[in-house]
Design a protein around this ligand. Structure first.
Ligand code: FAD
Length: 384
C-alpha cells in the first residue's frame, strides 16, 4: 500500500491529519485553495467542553472523549516541537441558566455528564462569586438563576494551534501547496483523481478530503451538497487590561471567554446564509448586550474586531470520517459543525488508523460517509 497521501484542505482537520500521518511515516502533501488555516478553523472560539472516553457510549461522545484525552499531550508536543504555544488551558466552564426551560435543559445535561462521570457541580451563591466575582451584578439582579461548574473544560487559541500544526508538519517534511483550488474529483478504474492547476493528477496517492463546509462543492459527483451545509457564526472580540473571568461562561449557545492577555471573545449565533461570510450589526449588538448583562465591566472594554465563520453542519450531527464507498483511495473527514477544533485530534487519529490499516481506537460506523436523502440529481461518482 502506498505511503503517499494527499490531504485536500488545511484547516484543523486537515493539518492535524497531516501531522498524525507524517508522524506515522507517511509522505504527506497538503493542498489548500487559500493559505493554510484561514478557513472556518481560524474563526472558531476554541472551546473544548468536558468529555470522558471511558464512560461514554454515544459515538460523538466517544470521539469527543478520545480527542479530550489526546489534547493535553498534543498541545505539549506541539509546543515542544515548534516553540508555538497553542494556548491550551484547563480553565473550567460555568453554565448559567435563568429561565425554567433553561434550568430544565441544564439539569438534563448535568445528569448526562454525571452518567459519564464528568465532574459537574451546581454552585451555591458564595461559590458562584468565588469562581467569578465579575458575575456579582448579574447574580444579584437575577431571580431563580442557577450556575453549574465544570472543571474539565479547556480553551485553545485557534490561530496558534493552526500555526503550530503547520510548523510541526513542515518539520516532518510535509509539502504544502497553497492558493491552489482543487476544482474536481473523478474516478477512473476505481481510483480517485483530483484536478487542480488545470490538470488531472493521478498517481498512487490516497486522498483525504478535509475541505470542511466546501466538501459538497468540491466533487458534485460525491453527492454531498446537502449532507454538509454551512451555518454561519459571528464572534465579537473585546480587550480589557486584564481578564475579567477565568472560566468560560456558557449560556445556551452563547459564551464569553477571556484569554490570559485580556482579549475577550463573545460568541455566537447560528444563521443559514449559504456561503456568505460577514458580520451584522444586529448580531454583534445582541452579543454585546448578552455579555454586558453578565459582565457589566465589559461596557468599557476596547472593541478590537469581529468576524464570522461557516460551520460545516451534517443533517444528523455526526461528522463524516472514513472511506468513500467503491473508490479505493478516497477518504473524507468533514462535517464537524460546532466541534471541529475539539474533534480534530481524535479525527486525525481515526483517519491515520484507517490508512495504516490498524483497528480504529473507537467504533467508526456512525461516521461513515452519508448522502442526504433527496440530494439533487448530479453526476454519479463513476468511471468517466
Ligand atoms: C463562530 C464559530 C465558533 C466556533 N467555535 C468552536 C469551538 O469553540 N470549538 C470547536 O471545537 N469548534 C468550534 N467551531 C467549529 C470549528 O471551527 C469547525 O468545526 C472546524 O473549524 C472545521 O474544521 P475543518 O478543518 O473541517 O474546516 P476548515 O477550517 O474550513 O478547513 C477547510 C479547508 O479546506 C480548504 N478548501 C476548501 N475547498 C477547497 C478546494 N476545493 N481546494 C483546496 N482547498 C479547499 C479551505 O480553504 C480550508 O482551509 C466554531 C466555528 C465557528 C464558525
Amino acid at each position: 500500500m502506498s505511503k503517499s497521501i494527499t490531504v485536500v484542505g488545511a484547516g484543523a482537520i486537515g493539518l492535524s491529519t497531516a501531522w498524525e500521518l507524517s508522524q506515522r511515516g507517511f509522505d504527506v502533501t497538503v493542498i489548500d485553495k487559500s493559505v493554510t488555516g484561514r478557513g472556518t478553523s481560524w474563526a472558531g472560539a476554541g472551546i473544548l467542553p468536558p468529555a470522558n472516553l471511558e464512560n461514554s457510549f454515544d459515538p460523538i461522545d466517544r470521539l469527543r472523549g478520545l480527542s479530550h484525552q489526546l489534547f493535553p499531550e498534543w498541545a505539549e508536543k506541539l509546543k515542544t516541537d515548534t516553540g508555538i504555544d497553542p494556548g491550551l488551558q484547563r480553565c473550567g466552564g460555568l453554565y448559567l441558566a435563568e429561565t425554567v426551560g433553561e434550568i430544565a435543559a441544564m439539569s438534563g445535561m448535568t445528569e448526562y455528564w454525571q452518567e459519564m462521570e464528568i465532574e459537574c457541580k451546581q454552585l451555591t451563591p458564595d461559590e458562584i462569586l468565588d469562581q467569578e466575582a465579575a458575575l456579582a451584578d448579574w447574580w444579584h439582579k437575577t431571580d431563580n438563576a442557577a450556575v453549574w461548574h465544570v472543571p474539565d473544560e479547556y480553551q485553545l487559541r485557534p490561530p496558534s494551534y493552526l500555526a503550530a500544526l503547520k510548523t510541526a508538519c513542515e518539520k516532518l517534511d510535509v509539502t504544502f501547496i497553497e492558493n491552489t483550488d482543487v476544482t474536481d474529483i473523478r474516478c477512473r478504474g476505481g481510483r480517485a483523481e483530483i484536478q487542480h492547476t488545470g490538470h488531472w493528477h493521478s498517481g498512487d496517492d490516497r486522498i483525504v478530503l478535509t475541505t470542511g463546509v466546501w466538501t459538497g462543492q468540491i466533487a458534485s459527483s460525491l453527492k454531498l451538497e446537502l449532507s454538509i451545509v454551512p451555518v454561519r457564526g459571528q464572534i465579537l472580540l473585546l480587550k480589557t487590561s486584564r481578564p475579567l473571568i477565568r472560566n468560560i461562561i456558557n449560556m445556551g449557545q452563547r459564551y464569553v471567554l477571556a484569554r490570559e492577555d485580556g482579549h475577550t471573545l463573545i460568541g455566537s449565533n447560528e444563521e443559514e446564509v449559504g456561503f456568505e461570510l460577514g458580520t451584522t450589526g444586529t448580531v454583534l449588538n445582541s452579543l454585546m448586550d448578552f455579555a454586558t448583562r453578565l459582565l457589566p465591566d465589559l461596557k468599557s472594554a476596547e472593541h478590537v474586531k469581529s468576524w464570522s465563520g461557516l460551520r460545516p453542519m451534517t443533517f444528523d450531527g455526526f461528522p463524516m470520517i472514513g472511506p468513500v464507498t467503491d473508490v479505493e483511495n478516497l477518504y473524507v473527514a468533514a462535517g464537524h459543525y460546532r466541534s471541529g477544533l475539539h474533534l480534530s485530534a481524535g479525527t486525525a487519529v481515526l483517519i491515520a488508523d484507517m490508512l495504516s490499516e490498524v483497528t480504529p481506537q473507537i467504533p467508526i460506523e456512525a461516521f461513515q460517509i452519508r448522502k442526504q436523502p433527496g440530494n439533487p440529481t448530479t453526476r454519479s461518482f463513476t468511471t468517466k
